[in-house]
Write a protein that binds this ligand. Structure first.
Ligand SMILES: O=C(O)C[C@H](O)C(=O)O
Ligand code: SF4
Length: 517
């Protein structure tokens, strides 16, 4: 086989997966958009999302900055050398990382060191199977960390919040799936897609769940029971009212695919793999002699493009229609300015903000900050960055990361350094809410996954600290213009996230009665 050509084909597969959302996923997002009434926060978020999808496509840049743990599934004819194929995939991954199509995402779990090229123990994942066909089938999924953290595995029988007992039968499985959507809230960048694996053990159950994510959004389950289950979940999960980004709304789930395998008598697992709206999976058929791409997979139906100009206008129009107050802020921000903000206000930031995520929050608890953070804005973000020949950094993708991981640290750090605003996604918990009230702080929610949209608002990078934590985890000094986010937790004890969680739990309880007997 021509390995050079094969490597090039794998490079194309990676770039395409990271930058061009598949047609079936686009269709699902478009129909979600049509269901939301104009002017709502959900509609506004979906406008930003579709705008972002188009920008990524046009710029050939990552849809979301978190390009995930690249996972390849490869089927090869019997005489193909899988060792050589793996090497070519590793080379293509390193190249795509150097070209900023992937974020350097491989981190040593003990030392915290980022390998810089996405290669390292266990990364990327490459799984092989042999088959009797005469071509190679290569599929790739880039599943980000925020949605991966919302995967959940149930061991039946169990007791579920809101739903009561889930037994070892189809109805128990139904309850687990409904619960899995509830527990994700907006933190995995809803509206999401779920793959469910029934049976197996703890690892094969999750494998089966993830396997379902390679099905197309529109395919129909050949197993009648599972088809009914999928249809039930699609209909009712959307009644939970969690909505896009957990802002409330009509669409919480865009796809549900269920697979089944045998189990051993003592175990009964239901494993759920949650995927964000930025559902990046693609595939190709490859000629095993030439290494060329013969055909792209997931190409059925028309490709929906989201006109960028129109989408921008829609974002502007829907922000106007929400009748939200739009407040402009520039750091350093005073306590008075913060106390004036209420949940629902739209904030536009111009000027300086600093990125800070997991490593920085831990670091700041027992170190001084490298810069004066008094009155400043912290953005929970791990960007994709490029360095030009003069050594200047530019931002290639920069959406928010899930904030709840910083819950143990956030309130203390805000008080210690005088930080006035944090921007992230998915909201934070009671400890942070109390600190916002006590200290005079605000939590701003940006749209998860909209990495191109926000990168466009970043006009310059004028410094970086703590580079030893690696590109995604360093503290980047950003200059922004009109960076828009919504107040979802204010300094008066209000939290949209707490409210949506509470109301969706009440709605979940409506699905307690048996459906599948
Ligand atoms: O790591 C990131 O940048 C984001 C992550 O995928 C998340 O959803 O929290
Ligand atoms: S930030 Fe959101 S869209 Fe991006 S990988 Fe994480 S969960 Fe997915």
């Amino acid at each position: 086989m021509n390995l050079e050509k094969f490597q090039e084909s794998m490079y194309q597969l990676i770039v395409e997966t990271s930058t061009n959302l598949p047609k079936d996923v686009r269709r699902a997002i478009k129909s979600a958009k049509e269901r939301e009434s104009a002017g709502t926060r959900a509609a506004m978020s979906l406008d930003t999302i579709t705008n972002n999808i188009q920008m990524a496509d046009d710029n050939v840049s990552p849809i979301c900055q978190d390009t995930g743990l690249p996972t390849f599934k490869i089927k090869t004819p019997v005489n193909v050398n899988q060792i050589k194929i793996k090497e070519a995939i590793y080379n293509a991954i390193a190249q795509a990382t150097a070209d900023t199509k992937l974020r350097p995402n491989s981190v040593d779990s003990l030392t915290g060191k980022n390998s810089g090229d996405n290669l390292g123990a266990g990364t990327p994942v490459v799984k092989f199977e042999q088959w009797e066909n005469d071509y190679i089938d290569a599929r790739l999924i880039l599943k980000g960390g925020g949605c991966e953290n919302k995967n959940i595995q149930y061991s039946l029988p169990c007791e579920l919040e809101g739903l009561g007992r889930a037994g070892r039968d189809l109805d128990g499985i139904r309850k687990c799936i409904m619960h899995s959507v509830y527990q994700a809230q907006g933190q995995g960048c809803s509206a999401g897609f779920i793959g469910v694996g029934i049976g197996g053990d703890r690892s094969s159950g999750y494998d089966l769940a993830k396997e379902q994510l390679f099905r197309t959004v529109e395919d129909v389950n050949p197993n009648d029971d599972l088809r009914k289950l999928e249809e039930y979940v699609m209909e009712h999960a959307n009644e939970l009212g969690i909505g896009t980004m957990g802002f409330g709304g009509e669409t919480t789930l865009l796809g549900c695919k269920v697979g089944v395998m045998n189990r051993i008598p003592a175990s009964f697992f239901v494993s759920v793999a949650y995927n964000c709206w930025a559902y990046r999976r693609m595939g190709v058929k490859i000629n095993p002699e030439t290494g060329d791409i013969q055909e792209w997979l997931y190409q059925d139906g028309e490709k929906i493009t989201f006109d960028e100009k129109q989408a921008q206008e829609e974002v502007a129009a829907s922000s106007a229609e929400t009748e939200s107050r739009v407040v402009t802020l520039t750091a350093p921000i005073t306590e008075e300015q913060i106390r004036d903000l209420k949940v629902g206000d739209v904030v536009q930031i111009t000027g300086r903000m600093y990125t800070g995520r997991d490593a920085i929050h831990k670091y700041l608890t027992d170190h001084d900050a490298p810069v004066d953070l008094n009155g400043q804005v912290i953005y929970h973000c791990g960007p994709v960055m490029a360095k030009d020949e003069e050594g200047n950094w530019t931002v290639k993708a920069a959406g928010p990361t899930t904030s709840i991981r910083e819950e143990p640290y956030q309130g203390d750090i805000m008080k210690k350094f005088g930080i006035r605003a944090v921007i992230g996604k998915g909201g934070m918990g009671p400890k942070t809410l109390a600190a916002l009230q006590e200290h005079g702080g605000v939590y701003l929610n940006a749209i998860g996954g909209a990495a191109q949209y926000y990168a466009d608002r970043i006009k310059g990078v004028d410094g970086v600290d703590l580079m030893e934590f690696g590109i995604p985890e360093a503290m980047w000094h950003l200059q922004v213009e009109g960076f828009t986010a919504v107040v979802t937790m204010d300094s008066h004890g209000n939290s949209l996230h707490r409210d949506v969680d509470k109301s969706s739990l009440e709605k979940l309880a409506q699905f307690k009665e048996p459906v599948f007997k």
